[in-house]
Design a protein around this ligand. Structure first.
Ligand SMILES: Cc1cc2nc3c(=O)[nH]c(=O)nc-3n(C[C@H](O)[C@H](O)[C@H](O)COP(=O)(O)OP(=O)(O)OC[C@H]3O[C@@H](n4cnc5c(N)ncnc54)[C@H](O)[C@@H]3O)c2cc1C
Length: 377
């Protein structure tokens, strides 16, 4: 019987599930370990751009992932008095969907299982060795040809391997939640997202399904009143008086996360590779964290198909993919800077950034990239 290479994957998020699909589709015997009792993503909605959508297509998860989700066509930036500061219309040749996160996770999990991967929930990994040995919390030791570490920002396995180079907590963070659409919203334009600014606080309004709107409330990490959950409706109404009706629709839900930036010394050690936020978390200012995670998971499987030697394949993969990921990290951090600027300067920045072709090219380099492993590459 033909020997099938075996991969153990830690983490059932965007990174781990994409890797599971891509490897299983290429003949690997794959098992995903997710420590939670079910596949459950934190956050509420998500933007997935052309690059990430191409990966979902290649993985066979696209149709289910975008079902019922609106194509985002316009993004408005408004000030605290509801005055329009900037309008960006997405080029229709580059698709952008705003989607309920759980729907994408479910689509990836279904595609991985269809490709033959096994997903084990309630299975926590505690350590990994560069030789390909994975230790689970239940004491089981597993030897694999490849271990993929996709366990998110707080990755314990990455830290155990000594791969972390930079972990920078950024000065801002965000509360995310979903609210039900009103009758008017259900029949209205689902493709316009609006970012409202008031001082250093923001309300991002994004329709993300036929029935739900994704709300992201962004603030400085030191802003204890704004980052409290459940949110203080009284304060948010005062900061955004024109959004009173919207704020009143927010109940007790919502979760606060601080933004962070992660860089590694290397993305792999021997037969172990680190993917997704565990390897390269970035702030969400250009909505590319999951996009990068999915692209790099797919390209990793392609490199492993090209090179029989696992450590050599992982080296070649990192050399090929890391520059674009780091560019995306830099642009995303840069676009977060106006949060700390006075309102007039921020207004100037948005108007210049909105018109600058150079800025637009930097911002869309990832979106325009055709990911390795998708139809045309
Ligand atoms: C406010 C905000 C908005 C964002 N918006 C966007 C956006 O619009 N578009 C976009 O592309 N990206 C966005 N991102 C980024 C995106 O959410 C992340 O990049 C993405 O979730 C990373 O996926 P991951 O699989 O690497 O990690 P995670 O989603 O964190 O998944 C890790 C998984 O590993 C599991 N796990 C952890 N430890 C263990 C263990 N020891 N054993 C087994 N399982 C374990 C966890 O339970 C979890 O399921 C946003 C991020 C934030 C904070």
């Amino acid at each position: 019987m033909l020997y099938r290479r075996r991969a153990e994957i830690v983490g059932g998020g965007f990174a781990g599930l994409s890797a599971a699909c891509a490897l299983a589709q290429r003949g690997w015997q794959v098992r995903v370990h997710e420590r939670a009792d079910k596949l459950r993503t934190t956050g509420a909605g998500i933007y997935i751009y052309e690059n990430g959508l191409r990966v979902l297509e290649a993985l066979g998860a696209y149709e289910a992932a975008v079902k019922g989700a609106p194509i985002a066509h316009t993004r408005e930036v408004r000030d605290g008095s509801n005055r329009l500061l900037a309008v960006h219309r997405w080029d229709p040749s580059r698709r952008v969907f705003s989607i309920v996160r759980q729907q994408v996770i479910n689509a990836l999990a279904a595609a991985a299982e269809r490709a033959g991967a096994e997903i084990v929930t309630g299975s926590e990994a505690v350590a990994v060795e560069p030789g390909g040995e994975l230790l689970l919390a239940n004491g089981e030791r597993i030897k694999a040809d490849l271990v993929v570490v996709g366990d998110g920002c707080n990755s314990r396995l990455r830290d155990g391997l000594g791969l972390l180079s930079t972990r920078r907590y950024l000065p801002d963070g965000c509360i995310r939640l979903l609210i039900g659409k009103t009758a008017g919203e259900r029949s209205g334009d689902g493709g316009t997202t609006i970012e409202h600014w008031s001082g250093s606080r923001r309300v991002l309004y994004t329709p993300c399904s036929e029935t739900e709107v994704y709300i992201a409330l962004t603030m400085l990490h030191r802003d204890a009143v704004a980052k409290a959950t459940p949110i203080s409706r009284e304060h948010w109404r005062r900061w955004f008086p024109h959004l009173e009706a919207l704020i009143d629709r927010i109940g007790g839900e919502g979760r606060y996360d601080r933004f962070e930036l992660i860089k590694l010394k290397r993305w792999s050690a021997g037969r172990v590779c680190v993917i997704g936020d565990a390897a390269h978390a970035l702030p969400p200012n250009i909505g590319q964290g999951a996009g990068c995670a999915m692209m790099n998971a797919l390209s990793m499987a392609v490199f492993l198909e090209r090179h029989a030697d696992v450590p050599a394949a992982l080296d070649a993969w990192e050399q090929s993919e890391r520059p674009l990921t780091e560019h995306t990290q830099r642009v995303s951090v840069f676009l977060g800077l106006p949060t700390f600027w006075p309102a007039p300067l921020r207004k100037l920045f948005f108007s210049v950034a909105g018109r600058s072709r150079w800025m637009m090219r930097q911002r869309t380099r990832m979106v325009d990239h055709v990911p390795l492993g998708t139809v045309t590459r």
